[in-house]
Design a protein around this ligand. Structure first.
Ligand SMILES: Cc1ncc(COP(=O)(O)O)c(C=O)c1O
Length: 446
């Protein structure tokens, strides 16, 4: 017991947590997670928390999938790490071959170790592609408002969230930002996105000689509020990019690998990217590994004599990590062997049915769901609910959820249900029922 208490206190003494007001954190009785068991995390007091957000949207199989763990252990025994600087390793070749066979149009794989660095690599590739072609004017990036692509400086520039990033504004690149539509609950009636496309086309018509790339999340924006694109929106952007000679960079870090019900989301959106990024679920959520994929056309622009300096000047210590690549390969084998995409689609129907009841609650303004991504937006009299019992609503919901055995975070007043992709129906039902109880309690208090 003494040791358990001390873990929490030692954390307070030494660890700085992400996106956390540490003054408040240090006054809380925080939970120390010690193990994983199926779709739950288990704390030092043996309490279980069903994972409602798949460990920041990356977990596929739950927290103890033996096939991936064993494969990683075996790889650690053979070769813990060897980088791609001047050397080759087999798992990185096998994975690159596998990914390019799945991702239509993509022919080369560049390895990094998290989503943000995969995006940074993508932005550098898009920028240098035009430099190498001698089109030096093409250097501006265009992106969607409410998009999110990570926390590094390039990523914040193309995925600017004012609520988070305003202190860093002076560091950011100037980008062109355009509005993004979202599907809404049927009670909002028909939603037209053509006006968005018209506005975007007007910008591209005027400015395309100065624009290098258009970056967007594929299928839906997650961190920006669970905004799910209407049918054809992404396809039309893709066509505009081709028409105006702009590279399309698609971020499938949160939405690929089945999150929206499709292995490769851009294929189902009938869009044709030039550059695509995957991370999070790539290794089943068991190892920090990310990839930036490109077409042959992009890759070929980087070829030339050594001193022509056409090569990509980017690389991380853990590039092509053999343990991560092995985890990803085993993860992909399991997707196929267990037909995970079918299971996700079945789960998606269940999730849709389960969240329907939220619309009975007055404070539930909108429900947006696709695949295993769901956002439930809470408003009172059209205003986002910000506080409850003098606590920010997100913190209130997170804490109430933990008390009831669910690990869940919100995006402010939007509850996000983003569970492990292979979650069983019992745990999924428990997550939704628990959140319903919490929202009903909030409504009662309001
Ligand atoms: C769409 C998207 N892109 C990029 C990232 C950044 O990934 P990472 O946190 O691994 O840097 C995230 C993280 O949530 C994301 O949702």
């Amino acid at each position: 017991m003494l040791f358990l208490l001390s873990s929490n206190n030692l954390d307070k003494k030494y660890v700085w947590h992400p996106y956390t007001q540490m003054k408040l954190w240090n006054n809380l009785d925080n939970i120390v997670i010690e193990s994983g068991s199926r779709f739950s995390l288990v704390d030092s007091k043996k309490r279980r928390y069903v994972d409602g957000i798949s460990n920041m949207w990356c977990n596929v199989w739950g927290h103890d999938r033996i096939e991936i763990i064993d494969a990683m252990k075996k790889q650690l025994d053979i070769l813990p790490h060897s980088s791609l600087f001047g050397l080759v390793n087999k798992p990185s070749i096998k994975l690159a071959k596998r990914l390019t066979s799945m991702a239509k149009g993509m022919r080369k794989v560049f390895y990094t170790d998290n989503g943000s660095t995969a995006i940074e690599a993508a932005l550098k590739i898009a920028t240098q592609y035009w430099v190498n072609k001698g089109r030096l004017q093409k250097k501006k990036l265009i992106c969607l408002r409410n998009g999110y692509h990570g926390d590094t400086i390039g990523c914040m520039s193309v995925g600017y969230v004012d609520g988070y990033f305003s202190p860093y504004k002076s560091l950011l690149l100037k980008t062109i930002k355009v509005d993004c539509p979202t599907i809404r609950h049927e009670r909002f009636g028909r939603q037209d996105f053509e006006q968005h496309i018209d506005k975007i086309e007007n910008i591209l018509k005027r400015s395309s000689p100065k624009i290098s790339g258009f970056i967007m999340e594929s299928g839906a924006q997650v961190a920006g509020g669970v905004n799910i694109y209407p049918n054809n929106f992404q396809r039309e952007i893709s066509e505009l990019c081709k028409k105006y000679d702009i590279l399309l960079i698609l971020d499938e870090i949160a939405t690929g690998f089945g999150r929206l019900g499709n292995m490769i989301e851009y294929k189902s959106q009938r869009s044709e990217p030039d550059i695509v990024c995957f991370a999070k679920a790539l290794t089943g959520g068991y190892f920090p590994l990310a990839v930036t994929l490109t077409t042959t056309d992009i890759f070929n622009e980087f070829l030339g004599d050594y001193w022509a300096k056409r090569q990509l000047f980017h690389g991380h210590t853990f590039t092509g990590h053999p343990v991560g690549c092995t985890a990803a390969l085993t993860n992909l084998e399991l997707y196929e062997k267990l037909n995970l995409i079918k299971q996700i689609r079945d789960n998606s129907f269940l999730l849709k049915r389960l969240v329907k009841k939220f619309s009975e609650l007055d404070i539930c303004y909108d429900i947006r769901q696709k695949g295993m991504l769901c956002g439930i937006e809470l408003r009172k009299g059209n205003n986002p609910i910000k506080m409850i019992d003098k606590v920010p609503i997100g913190q209130y919901i997170a804490r109430e959820s933990l008390k009831k055995g669910i690990y869940l975070r919100t995006l402010g007043h939007i509850i996000t249900i983003i569970p492990p992709l292979a979650i069983d129906q019992e745990d999924l039902t428990r997550i939704v029922d628990t959140e319903y109880e919490i929202v009903a309690k909030i409504q009662h208090k309001k």
